[in-house]
Design a protein around this ligand. Structure first.
Ligand code: AMX
Length: 474
């Protein structure tokens, strides 16, 4: 009872803080939570005991509270709608979309520090927010930028591991291979072998996650330059923030592209815990596999066309439409015919639909706003805009698609293409770099909270039929 009393006192306090400032409750609450600590690890260290207490209390006093029943649909339907994971960083509401620690994308755009006045959030800010639940100051974000730069040196053998693959290997294969090679330097693995006490697990996990986040842009940029730019590598620039540096190492220094990259990483960072890549990382890390092993596995899930690879597929599909009609200026009837042709050949329309969302993805909307501001006349953007109106009614008519609206991947490709990053096979690597920002913080919390090995129960087909027959006859 005391627990519920304190929750209700907490929401009253949040609401009171809110009324005073005119901002939404979640942001107002987070703003009251800011601190002056510029060292992220120390900040986290202070928070851990409180979170541990909260989880301990849930386990002890409320372990048997039901969160919903498991149905046959869930077992044979990819566990849709089954609440089965604890994920601190973000939550996806079917109607409203993502909230990072309670904050919507527009709220993050307003509250998180930027590189230029009125610009897009710096990815370091979302990392701080996801890990601590607090809105960082510019000083804190700058300090984190510096910390990430100081950890960014990639060992030569990681590049050699990538070089062992044919240049024709898919960029995601090359990227995941590079990440696997980084595992050789895992602090967690070393500490575990030396017999570290389990209450300290989070510390080497923190080191691994921060090193991983710091190093993936260089690995990812290496893959890009190796495949598409004759292996001419561009070194990191010590004066740049994380997003700008990644763009710079890829070879794109247009200030607008740097802004898009900051926004891209921020919005692709996390999407609660049940999506394939995030869930995979959490699952693989649960038997104490280190963060590199977990993140490489997550990348392999992200590389599926129904998940992260969809952003590659969207641009490929759009290019095929343009090639088919010989122009990007295509009328509604022609587009409808092409969409039906795609569906009739047993394929999905990439960039539409979602496992959880039931409205347009706010990550799509914010990219559309970026495009309206910076490239309103781009022919491919205009085509993407037409598709957002034409595709949903067609998918709805199929009668089976639960969410006919555009998702995050429907938009990113045309923006990247506009700024010169035209090689669509590379797009999922950008998604992967961003996803390290969501996966890393959760893995640190998994170890800090002593999360156990993940081991759900499965059922055989015969047993399922037996249970259903029993339920049917009663
Ligand atoms: N085009 C055609 N058919 C679609 C469709 C689309 N965009 N979205 C869903 N459907 C179909 C499904 O294939 C399924 O058909 P089936 O019963 O014959 O197998 C039926 O509609 C029901 O599916 P659902 O319950 O609405 O979706 P889901 O939760 O099973 O799958 C998703 C979600 C994203 C895989 C699906 O909408 C899809 O394939 N979309 C296109 C690929 C895509 O854009 N993926 C990116 C998602 C975001 C991300 O993870 N990055």
């Amino acid at each position: 009872m005391a627990f519920f009393r304190s929750v209700s006192a907490l929401s009253k306090l949040r609401s009171r803080v809110g009324q005073q400032t005119g901002l939404s409750n979640s942001v107002r609450w987070l703003q009251t939570q800011t601190s002056h600590n510029t060292d992220l690890k120390s900040e986290l260290q202070e928070l851990i005991p409180e979170y541990q207490e909260r989880v301990k209390k849930l386990k002890k006093d409320y372990g048997k509270v039901e969160l919903g029943n498991t149905t046959v649909d869930m077992v044979i339907g990819g566990m849709r709608g089954m609440t089965a994971l604890l994920w601190l960083g973000s939550a996806v509401d079917p109607e409203e979309g993502i909230r990072f620690r309670g904050m919507s994308i527009p709220e993050c755009q307003k509250a998180l520090p930027t590189a230029i006045p009125g610009g897009e959030p710096l990815p370091e800010g979302i990392l701080w927010l996801l890990l601590t639940g607090k809105i960082p100051s510019k000083e804190q974000v700058d300090s984190l930028s510096q910390e990430l730069r100081s950890r960014a040196t990639v060992p030569g053998f990681a590049y050699k591991a990538i070089d062992a693959l044919p240049v024709s290997a898919h960029p995601m294969t090359q990227f995941a291979t590079g990440v696997m090679a980084l595992q050789v330097e895992s602090e967690f693995q070393k500490a575990h072998q030396s017999g570290i006490h389990k209450t300290k697990y989070w510390e080497p996990t923190y080191e691994d996650c921060m090193n991983l986040i710091a190093r993936v842009p260089a690995v990812a940029a290496y893959v890009y330059r190796r495949i598409y730019k004759d292996g001419k590598i561009i070194p990191m620039d010590d004066s740049l923030d994380y997003g700008a540096n990644y763009s710079h190492m890829l070879g794109f220094d247009d200030p607008q592209m740097l802004e898009f990259m900051r926004l891209y990483i921020t919005i692709h960072s996390d999407h609660e815990g049940g999506n394939v890549s995030s869930h995979t990382a959490h699952l693989v890390a649960s038997p104490l596999s280190d963060p590199y092993l977990a993140f490489a596995a997550a990348l392999n899930g992200l590389a599926g066309p129904l998940h992260g690879l969809a952003n590659q597929e969207v641009l490929r599909w759009i290019r095929a439409v343009v090639a088919h009609f010989g122009t990007p200026h295509i009328n509604e009837e022609q587009l409808k015919d092409y969409i039906l042709k795609t569906l009739n050949s047993g394929q999905v329309v990439p960039g539409f639909g979602h496992g959880v969302l039931r409205k347009t993805d706010p990550r799509y909307t914010c990219q559309r706003e970026f495009a309206l501001k910076h490239l309103p006349d781009d022919p491919l953007f205009l085509l993407v805009s037409k598709l957002k109106d034409i595709v949903p009614p067609i998918l709805t008519q199929l009668g089976k698609v639960k969410n006919p609206w555009p998702n995050v991947d429907a938009h990113s490709g045309v923006l990247l293409n506009y700024y010169g990053l035209t090689e669509e096979n590379y797009f999922t690597v950008l998604f992967g770099v961003s996803r390290s920002f969501g996966v890393g913080p959760q893995l640190i919390w998994d170890r800090a909270l002593g999360m156990p090995l993940e081991r759900p129960k499965s059922v055989t087909l015969e047993r399922l039929e037996e249970l259903c027959a029993k339920a049917g006859s009663s």
